[in-house]
Design a protein. Structure first.
Lengths: 340, 340
């Protein structure tokens, strides 16, 4: 969608992304993390590694564990606990994905059949529970009550965010503020915790812990905002993601909140019919996209993302210049300027 | 069913049960635990306390938290952490109930509409996740890595047990040993952990920890075996439980395992049709009960429960005679001789 792509005139031409660059900086660690992940999903109950392996293998770029590894690196950490914690963060993330797909009744995740579509809802709920419990077992090995507190708290906030989202689904009256609370919970809190524990294992001062927490939190908000834009504008082949999923589910995201508030009565009736009553017809998705474009809802959601991205970047101001810091800064822009 | 009730010629006539007696011994603590439970299920997201409050209010006799309180008392513990841990145990139990009812597609729990029937499957999955996370937050406050390890491990084993049960559902070939692994995981492990943490907070020697662990484990196995008998023999009014739930779901429990193995080919065909193919007709439940009676499957399941009950009783041999010990011993018999 031109209105969105035009927001980024400096699109890089190189074939490696800043996320690739960050990942390359922690490549050894990440290899170790992948081994830990495979090792720790084992169980005498065969269905557990089968299902967990399926979703972990399908599992994207390991953004969250890479953040933990990079944060520990930024803090000069020399031990090995950050690897275990990176795997913990991925397990928590995977458990929430499994439960999300059950809750959303999704058939696809990143272009592949979702775990619940392949293995059934029951197994997805229970294997999610297993991964979550296993994550806490692994955390105990790190022997840090602070780390345990941070990740237990993050998990509770994630669940709160998901329940809040359930309450706002199909409610076109949802305010931007309420939506922000949802995505802080369901997405940004785990980004924050993933970064923060990198400082905690390195035993760094509170100011650095907070800095990394705030970097993760704001990066997470920006990430989710852009994800919500992509649901209306992505080129499917690029993302392995079906455009219009949120629309079909009546999920209220910021593009909808803005288009609804900026629309006239006839347009609001359209949003109520499609998102609240889920009475959707041929051409409705295209109409939704057209209304969003007309009101600048997608472009302004990306602008909002830039605001949080700027906070994320400034959060790292305390840290000295070094390659991993530069990569973390570049990742902020990358997350916002992902392929539309 | 006469064959079962006759197994207990010494049915007590008093109106208080041994569980009532045990509960009375820790009444002050339990009152505090109930306050903690209500307090800690609070959240700014209103649906969470609504749903959690619904299932906790419906929630039976608080057997597991009473075990934690009694174990701490038996170990002479004088602090207050056992109350927090008793609430933690109830939260973990409640979270698994919420997910179980989603997995089993249950409409009733203890005679009331199940939480998923009232609030929907989505909310039940997510509020279960919240309670589970909240339990870990509360554990961190106790500042004992040993306690955290025990309960994280128990949670993982519970999830494994549930997945194993999913794999054995509808499989009439399930062996007694495989079934035992299922109930060790899904039920007995939390009983064991609930008792064990009572010794851990009291900082007692490893032998006492193990003794309480083994008491809980074997009590839990006996409890589940009898529960499975009750599903074919309970007087519904007494239990607030629908007879035949397991049968209708094709859930393979020990009474079925025994009746199948002891039956002839025609009978095995009946079990395959009803439990594997779930092709059930009028009179099938009665036929199942009749076959179980003919082969002594219910009576022998209760006998198996007595075996584990005896191990549970002997586990407490190390502890000096005191009222709470006597009450814990009596609870074993009570669990086995519950109203049929």
């Amino acid at each position: 969608m031109a209105v969105v792509t035009n927001l980024d005139p400096h699109r890089r031409k190189s074939s490696t992304t800043p996320l690739d660059d960050l990942t390359a900086l922690v490549a050894d660690d990440l290899l170790a993390v992948n081994t830990i992940i495979v090792d720790r999903m084992q169980s005498p109950v065969a269905l557990i590694p089968q299902l967990a392996g399926y979703i972990v293998a399908a599992g994207g770029k390991r953004l969250r564990p890479v953040l933990t590894l990079a944060a520990a690196r930024l803090c000069g950490y020399r031990g090995e606990h950050h690897r275990l914690l990176a795997a913990v963060v991925e397990f928590i993330h995977t458990a929430t994905l499994l439960h999300d797909d059950v809750v959303d009744e999704s058939d696809l995740r990143r272009g592949l059949a979702s775990a619940n579509a392949v293995f059934g809802n029951k197994a997805s709920v229970l294997v999610g529970d297993f991964l979550f419990s296993r994550a806490f077992q692994m955390m105990v090995e790190v022997k840090s009550l602070e780390v345990l507190g941070i990740l237990a708290n993050a998990s509770a906030v994630i669940a709160e965010g998901e329940v809040l989202q359930l309450q706002t689904t199909n409610d076109t009256q949802t305010s931007e503020q309420a939506y922000l609370e949802v995505i802080k919970g369901k997405t940004a809190e785990l980004f924050a915790a993933a970064c923060r524990v990198g400082a905690v294992v390195a035993d760094r001062p509170a100011a650095e812990e907070t800095a990394l927490n705030d970097y993760g939190l704001n990066l997470g908000i920006a990430f989710q905002l852009v994800d919500d834009v992509l649901d209306y504008s992505a080129r499917q082949a690029t993302l392995g993601k079906t455009v219009g999923d949120d629309f079909r589910e009546g999920k209220i995201t910021l593009p909808v909140v803005l288009a609804f508030r900026r629309g006239n009565e006839e347009e609001r009736a359209f949003w109520r019919r499609t998102m609240e009553e889920l009475d959707q017809r041929d051409g409705d998705l295209e109409r939704a996209q057209e209304l969003m474009t007309r009101h600048g809802a997608l472009a302004d959601t990306v602008e909002r993302a830039r605001h949080y991205g700027a906070i994320a970047r400034d959060s790292l101001g305390l840290f000295p210049d070094m390659p991993v810091k530069r990569a973390l800064l570049d990742v902020v822009d990358f997350v916002i300027d992902r392929e539309f």
